[in-house]
Write a protein that binds this ligand. Structure first.
Ligand code: FAD
Ligand code: SF4
Length: 444
């Protein structure tokens, strides 16, 4: 069963076999040892390094780069993993151009930062490929913790709790652990089954049981989890998708960009994925860019992202917008969908031009249409399945400090928790910090 229904204009296998392999290959292959040394030598090993402050997980960047420069990448990896156990995935997916590399003194002075992300990948891959897990469990505490959700936030919390000697059970409805690392991140950022390899490697700490096919709200209740455990971490991400609220939204081939990407990530043979000739993606974030770029890489002829505001308001970074246009995606700004037109299945979509005014965004009378075999919605995700009694603010579970919710004994971390950016690295930081807070509160 695919997200897209086969109608004229939608077909699988538009490209030659070699094209798929090339298109979905690693976008930033790993450095070899020599390249890593050369890149590491560019670092000034700054005191009060701004790159470290900009990293949501506060990795000691000058230290790990020095360790690479002195020929000890395994030690560098341990420096990274001690702050960020998913440092391997973050090295692949972090928008470093907006975080550590943006503030690197060499970027500020010369417009060319030290390539921190690629150095991090070199170090973490070197250690992980040896199958070595660099941490051991602490003495058993006898405490049992439930982690709900096996994405970056849940995995990070579980690992830190297991390290402290607690017994952890992770519950997740999906057949594979990893959350959006497995089902969301663009294929070319994390090819070769890296997400699952990373989960397997992380679980080597011991003391963590993953129960798939288990969802809070469908079999599991918060009260039940609290009764059986000493603490509960909610790391359920944002499972819902915002509606377009445009006429014709129910037509065939109007789909969620997140579902499209999840299907693409799980299909090893990309030639089997049906794609439209004309694809329109609505939204302005990473999901919109990833859906559009991957549509193009699957062989769609015309792919257009339409965003209701200007480029400066898009949450996809300038770098990501440039990536989209470099593969041939067109971006139209200042337009909002009015209706999808088609006879059973989408054929066209009508937009109205918009303008920002003192009273907010206004639609103008002027409209235009785009051909669309597929319309992908990438206009934000929403919190689903929040248990009754938990305070919610701004559409997320309200937390204070290191993820404490309004219910005693229950923490929340990652995209589902209030505050912080919706990024993999932020989810990892929040999961880790919630685990530290749980440990402190359970062990006094
Ligand atoms: C398409 C896409 C591309 C992205 N690309 C990037 C990128 O390149 N770089 C980057 O930094 N960030 C990216 N992000 C954002 C990043 O993936 C998220 O911020 C991050 O995954 C959040 O981690 P999380 O653990 O909070 O949630 P998730 O990764 O969403 O994990 C939540 C987990 O909870 C489970 N769950 C849901 N409901 C329940 C329930 N009721 N009971 C039990 N379990 C449940 C889910 O199955 C899932 O496994 C992207 C997001 C999307 C959607
Ligand atoms: S800011 Fe740049 S040069 Fe300074 S420590 Fe960080 S990576 Fe090295």
């Amino acid at each position: 069963m695919t997200n897209s229904q086969l109608t004229p204009g939608i077909a699988a296998g538009r490209l030659g076999a070699g094209d798929y392999a090339r298109n979905f290959d690693d976008i930033a292959p790993r450095y070899d040892a020599h390249e890593a040394r050369v890149a590491a030598d560019r670092c000034y090993f700054c005191h009060d390094a701004p790159c470290m402050t900009a990293c949501p997980t506060s990795i000691d960047i000058p230290l790990f780069i020095r360790q690479i420069a002195t020929g000890t990448p395994e030690a560098a990896a341990k420096t990274i993993f001690s702050q960020n156990i998913l440092g391997g995935m973050c090295a692949r997916v972090c928008p470093t151009e907006q975080l550590c590399e943006e503030v690197c003194v060499r970027e500020v002075a010369e417009g060319k930062p030290v390539e921190i992300g690629r150095l991090q990948r070199f170090a973490t891959d070197t250690l992980m490929e040896k199958g070595v897990h660099p941490f051991a469990r602490g003495k058993a505490t006898g405490k049992r913790i439930a982690v709900v959700g096996a994405g970056p936030a849940g995995l990070s919390a579980a690992h830190r709790l297991a390290m402290k000697g607690h017994d952890v059970t992770i519950f997740d409805p999906r057949p594979k652990a990893g959350g959006l690392n497995e089902y969301g991140i663009a294929s070319y950022k994390s090819p070769g089954g890296f997400a699952q390899a990373e989960v397997d490697w992380l679980l080597k700490i011991g003391g963590i049981t993953v129960q798939n096919g288990k969802a809070l709200g469908s079999g599991l209740t918060l009260d039940g989890l609290k009764k059986d455990h000493d603490a509960v971490v909610l790391a359920i991400g944002l499972a819902g998708v915002n509606a377009l609220r445009a006429e014709g939204e129910g037509l065939k081939n109007v789909l969620s960009a997140v579902d499209f990407i999840a299907e693409l990530r799980q299909q090893p043979d990309k030639a089997k994925l049906p794609i439209g000739r004309d694809v329109v993606v609505i939204g302005g974030g990473m999901t919109a860019v990833d859906a559009a770029v991957q549509s193009k890489l699957l062989g769609a002829e015309n792919v257009t992202i339409v965003y209701r505001r200007g480029p400066e308001r898009m949450s996809a970074s300038e770098h990501e917008q440039e990536h989209a246009t470099s593969v041939g995606v067109r971006i139209i700004h200042h337009a909002a969908p009015v209706r999808v037109i088609g006879n059973g299945a989408a054929q066209e979509i009508e937009f109205a031009y918009t303008e920002d005014s003192a009273d907010g965004l206004k639609q103008k009378d002027e409209t235009f249409r785009l051909k669309a075999d597929q319309v992908m919605k990438a206009i934000g995700q929403t919190l689903e399945g929040v248990p009754e009694g938990l305070k919610v603010e701004g559409g997320k579970i309200a937390v204070t400090g290191a993820g404490r919710t309004s219910v005693t004994g229950v923490w929340a971390a990652g995209d589902c928790a209030s505050g912080g950016e919706d990024l993999t690295v932020t989810a990892v930081a929040e999961g880790r910090d919630a685990a530290e807070d749980i440990h402190a509160s359970l062990m006094g």
